[in-house]
Design a protein around this ligand. Structure first.
Ligand code: ATP
Ligand code: MG
Length: 413
């Protein structure tokens, strides 16, 4: 991608109406643009990051047998009335049509997926089953002040599974937990798994996946020695106590962002929609459901909260908008184009800053945007031989002069 052709611009200063680092940096660096509180447009760089995270999530959901669908965001009120959500869910956006009919914007999709699966599944032989989607969710959040951490429109992966027995459900539940930990680690994040109550859904146990960050809105208590972790909201322990699991660790408190969670929904929705299958003996079974969410746009924000410095964002390679940020300084454009084409031909994702700007401006933008590798082609590098470029990692200071071939081999290794 050639920088000179992009319609977006980085900003010289941080937006004054944003309080969190994620929103300040993502807006300043031109990844997103705020339409109103909690609602953002994704610009070319931002969309590339979002797509990368989505691809990681998709891969891990496919690997455990999830089937991807895309469900409507606009939904009839009747489905929500059937489960009681219409009156009980405060964040539900409600829309009145000019025909007088009521609609809701999906804040989660149990009300759509349950009747959908019911319409296809007839026999116990059709279960178990796991269906997921990656889609915008709409929630009338009161405090949408944390940038992409808390949107009123935000990107989520939500999966729903249907099982004949509790044992089968628990087996799948464990599989999803493992897949989630893989997702976070592939995105450069370390998540702690808390034990939490099932929220409004049931009194069953659920798990939250918490990433430690001061920008997060949750408080957790965790053991630094073992994996034990709990949300302070429901905790009976406090900082300094001995860990109830390993007994030896001293519990600590931390701020965290919930990057995902998994719920045991029991038979709440299958009963609400009268969705049952007949077992071998012709007996009715209401399937047990699980639901599993990953906050994709919240993860993007969490990554920025964790990986930045005073100059800008430092993307982990797995979710970076580009693999390489190529900077050409004046007089070296022709040579830079040769390098650019060679890298693109090798299948690399390259942002080429080919603008007529000063070296200072270009370097500042490279640091702000945060692509993991910066390459510079200049008269200085050209004097050292054609095809020589300066290689520098965003996360370090070391500058090396290497050949274009070496760049390709390092990045395709
Ligand atoms: P929270 O307690 O943070 O409001 P939640 O319990 O309402 O989250 P779920 O309904 O289970 O969350 O949604 C699944 C995931 O979607 C969450 O774990 C979180 O990562 C993400 N998420 C939830 N609400 C938002 C939001 N308003 N903006 C961005 N991401 C969100
Ligand atoms: Mg919520």
């Amino acid at each position: 991608m050639r920088y000179s052709k992009l319609f977006i611009r980085t900003r010289k200063s941080s937006p004054t109406d944003e309080q969190t680092v994620n929103a300040q940096l993502l807006v300043k660096a031109g990844f997103v643009n705020k339409l109103m509180a909690g609602v953002y447009s994704y610009l070319p760089f931002g969309l590339r990051v979002l797509n990368k995270i989505e691809q990681i999530v998709r891969g891990e959901m496919d690997a455990i047998g999830g089937q991807e669908v895309l469900l409507p965001a606009l939904q009839p009120a009747t489905n929500w009335q059937q489960t009681g959500g219409w009156d009980s869910i405060e964040v539900l956006f409600k829309i009145k049509s000019r025909t007088g009919k009521d609609y809701a914007l999906g804040q989660s999709h149990e009300e759509v997926i349950t009747p959908l699966v019911k319409s296809y599944v007839e026999s116990y032989r059709d279960l178990p089953l796991a269906v997921y989607q990656i889609q915008n969710k709409y929630r009338d959040e009161l405090r949408a002040k944390s940038g992409l951490l808390r949107g009123r429109e935000f990107d989520m992966k939500d999966m729903y599974s249907f099982h004949l027995t509790q044992a089968d459900f628990l087996e799948f539940y464990e599989l999803v937990k493992k897949a989630y930990l893989k997702i976070y680690s592939r995105c450069g994040l370390e998540a702690k798994v808390t034990e939490a109550s099932g929220g409004g859904f049931s009194n069953k146990i659920s798990y939250e996946f918490m990433v430690l960050t001061n920008a997060g809105e949750d408080n957790i208590i965790y053991c630094p020695d073992c994996n034990w972790c709990i949300n302070t909201e429901i905790a009976k322990v406090k900082a300094g106590d001995n860990c109830p699991k390993c007994q030896s660790g001293k519990l600590k408190t931390a701020r965290a962002a919930e990057a995902g969670n998994v719920f045991d929904l029991g038979q709440k929705y299958t009963k609400d929609f009268d969705f049952y299958v007949l077992d071998k003996n012709g007996k009715k079974i209401y399937p047990i459901m699980g639901c599993y969410g990953v906050g994709i746009s919240r993860m993007m924000a969490t990554i920025v909260e964790k990986f930045h410095d005073d100059q800008g964002i430092i993307w982990p390679a797995s979710v970076a908008p580009f693999q390489v940020h190529l900077v050409s300084l004046s007089g070296s454009e022709k040579q830079a184009e040769v390098v650019y084409k060679a890298l693109v031909k090798a299948g690399l994702e390259v942002l080429w800053d080919d603008r007529d700007e000063s070296a200072g401006t270009k370097f500042a933008d490279a640091d702000l945007i945060g692509v993991p590798v910066r390459l510079v082609v200049s008269n200085k590098t050209l004097r050292r031989g054609s095809g020589q470029v300066e290689w520098k990692l965003r996360s370090g200071n070391k500058v090396e002069l290497i050949s274009e071939k070496e760049v390709i081999s390092r990045l395709t290794a």
